[in-house]
Design a protein around this ligand. Sequence first.
Ligand code: GRF
Length: 212
Amino acid sequence: MSWGVLVGGQGSNLRAILDSGLPVAWVVSHRPGVRALDVARAAGVGTTVLDPRDYRDRAEYDRALVRVLRAHGVRRVAMAGFLRWLEPATIAAFDGQIINIHPSLLPSFPGLHAVEQAYRHGVRWTGVTVHAVDEGQDTGPIIAQIPVPCLPGDTLETLTERIHRAEHRLYPRVLAAIDRGLVELANGAVIWKGDYPQWNDGLYSASAINPD
Ligand code: GRF
């Protein structure tokens, strides 16, 4: 089933998603000129920039977003660095099949600069969360998480790097599981139909026990 990816930054998660072979039909960025757009183009995937400054309000912006995605046959949406809240009507338009990745173990450290928030707080463990999107800020039902340690001597940069590596392992796997129908998102509930524990153990040992 065709996916749309919403971006706005470096595009490292987009690259991991494209490398995984997920059927990505279109990429939308809320920022012009970002590297994520180059990542899409290099993979031969079409892009649209929807700059919020060109729209009166969030409702008008989101209507344009839904139009673009629908025009390219998108049925499910993955957010990867798209720093905007979505209108309830937008989430409904995709039947709740909108997924986001967040660089902390939610519900800790929602919002912007999550890695920095966790680092400054002095946590020993943080991590990565993939969740379904709802109207709140990083509040939707959690689909999968992996822990990432904050090691002695870590700087914000080394921790950020480790978090990104965990993101790139986790996100494509979760999206593939959804794509194959191993996870169902219905009415705010996440139903795993596949072998979640075994699947997650592999990631856990890959990311947490051997963080590098
Ligand atoms: C990632 O850390 C993701 O968790 C957050 O935004 C960042 C996007 O990075 N939502 P990239 O553009 O995928 O490199």
